[in-house]
Design a protein around this ligand. Structure first.
Ligand SMILES: O=C(O)C(=O)C[C@]1(C(=O)O)C=C[C@@H](O)C=C1
Length: 368
C-alpha cells in the first residue's frame, strides 16, 4: 500500500524552526487561573510551540469531569492573546470544530476514540472543508488498525486539509502492561514507511499513563525520528481534574526537553556514510543467505508433508514442535540474542510449514 498525501511540512504550520515540535499543556482546561499559570511557565521554557488543553473530555464513564466546554475556549483564547502562543484542543464532532474555530484554535486534534469511526471522521472532515491555516492532528485509533488511521487522513485530505500530522498515543490492551496504552511501535513505523510525508508526533503521556515513563517513551520516539511530542503538563499535576498520574509540571517538562537526545534522519559525514554503506552490504548478503536457508528448509518441510500425506499422519507434531522451540530458544541464549525474538521467528516459520503441508494434503484430497 502506498499513500499519496502531499501534506505540508510541520514547520509551515507550527511556525517553529526547531525539531521536535513541542505541544504541551494540561490534560483539561480546569479554570482560567490554572490554564494561564501553566501557560506562562510553559512559554518561559522557550521550547513549547503549541499550548494544549482539553475542552471536551471523552471519559469512559459519565460521572467524571467532562471538560469545561465553550467557557474553556474563552480561557484558551485569552492565553493566546496575552502570550502570543498557538493553541490546540481535541475536537470530536462538527459542533466542536465550529466552536474551536470561533475562538481561534490553531491546532485541532482528533482523539483515538473518534478515529475508530469513519462516520464521525467524515462529518468532521466535511466541517473542515474550505478552512484555511488550521492544522488537524489525528491520533491513532484505539486498536492497532493502520488502515483506519490512514483512512482518517484521506478523508481530511480530500476535504482540502493539508496541514496534517499523526499522533501516536499507543493502543488499548487488556493484557497486563507497564504502559497505559501499549506503544506497538511497528504501527507508526509502518505508517512512516508507507506515508513518509505525514509527520508523526508522539504522545508519551497517554502511552505511559505514568509521569515516570514519559522521558523513556519520548527518547524512544526521538530515536525513531518522530517529528514532535505532545506532553501533558499541569501547574499542580497531583490535583489535576483528569489524568493526574500522567501529567508533569512545567519545570519537569523543561528537564525532560533538556535531557532528550535529538537525532537526525541522516548526516553528511562522509566516513559515517561510507562505513554505513559497507555494513549495509554485509546485511544484504546475510539476508540473502537467510532467505535461501528458509527456502531450503521449506523444501524439506514439503518433502515431510508428502510423506505424512502418503502415510495419513497429521501435519502438526506437537512433541517435535515443542522440542524445536526449546532447542532454538537455548541456542539463542547461547549466542546472546533475545530468546523471545527467536521464538517469535520460529513460530512464524512453523505456521508457514503447517500452511504449506495443509496445501499438500488438500491437493490429494481434491484429486481423490
Ligand atoms: O517435523 C515435522 O513433522 C515437520 O513437518 C516439520 C515441522 C517444522 O516446521 O519444523 C512442521 C510441522 C510440525 O508440527 C513440526 C515440525
Amino acid at each position: 500500500m502506498k499513500v499519496e498525501l502531499n501534506v505540508n511540512p510541520i514547520e509551515s504550520w507550527a511556525k517553529t524552526n526547531h525539531k521536535p515540535l513541542i505541544i504541551a499543556g494540561p490534560c483539561s482546561a480546569e479554570t482560567p487561573e490554572q490554564l494561564m499559570s501553566t501557560a506562562k511557565l510553559l512559554k518561559d521554557l522557550g521550547k513549547v510551540d503549541v499550548l494544549r488543553a482539553g475542552i471536551w473530555k471523552p471519559r469512559t464513564r459519565p460521572n467524571a469531569f467532562e471538560g469545561s466546554g465553550e467557557e474553556g475556549l474563552k480561557w484558551l483564547a485569552e492565553v493566546k492573546k496575552e502570550l502570543g502562543i498557538q493553541i490546540g484542543t481535541e475536537v470530536a464532532n462538527p459542533e466542536h470544530i465550529e466552536l474551536a474555530l470561533k475562538y481561534g484554535v490553531d491546532v485541532l486534534w482528533v482523539g483515538a476514540r473518534t478515529t475508530v469511526s469513519p462516520f464521525a471522521i467524515q462529518e468532521m472532515a466535511d466541517a473542515m472543508a474550505g478552512v484555511k491555516d488550521k492544522a488537524v492532528l489525528i491520533k491513532n485509533p484505539t486498536h492497532p488498525e493502520l488502515g483506519l488511521w490512514i483512512g482518517a487522513f484521506e478523508r481530511f485530505y480530500r476535504a482540502g486539509v493539508r496541514d496534517l500530522a499523526a499522533i501516536h498515543r499507543g493502543f488499548s490492551t487488556i493484557d497486563k502492561s507497564k504502559f497505559r496504552n501499549v506503544p506497538t511501535w511497528s504501527i507508526p513505523i509502518e505508517l512512516k514507511r508507507i506515508a513518509p510525508q505525514i509527520p508523526i508526533i508522539c504522545d508519551p503521556s497517554h502511552i505511559g499513563g505514568k509521569r515516570d515513563l514519559i522521558f523513556e517513551i519520548s527518547q524512544k520516539a526521538m530515536d525513531l525520528g518522530f517529528d514532535g511530542l505532545m506532553i501533558e503538563t499541569h501547574i499542580d499535576p497531583d490535583k489535576a481534574w483528569s489524568d493526574a498520574d500522567q501529567q508533569v509540571t512545567p519545570e519537569r517538562l523543561g528537564e525532560i526537553l533538556t535531557d532528550l537526545k535529538i537525532r537526525t534522519q541522516s548526516t553528511t559525514n562522509v566516513d559515517f556514510n561510507d562505513h554505513l554503506e559497507e555494513l549495509r552490504e554485509k546485511i544484504d548478503n546475510i539476508d540473502r543467505e537467510l532467505v535461501e536457508t528458509l527456502a531450503t528448509r521449506m523444501a524439506v518441510v514439503e518433502k515431510i508433508g508428502e510423506y505424512k500425506r502418503d502415510n495419513n499422519v497429521t501435519t502438526l507434531q506437537v512433541k517435535r514442535w515443542d522440542d524445536i522451540m526449546k532447542n532454538r530458544s537455548e541456542l539463542a541464549k547461547k549466542l546472546g540474542i533475545n530468546e523471545e525474538f527467536v521464538v517469535d521467528v520460529f513460530k512464524l516459520v512453523h505456521e508457514e510449514s503447517i500452511r504449506r503441508q495443509t496445501e499438500i494434503m488438500k491437493a490429494v484430497e481434491s484429486k481423490a
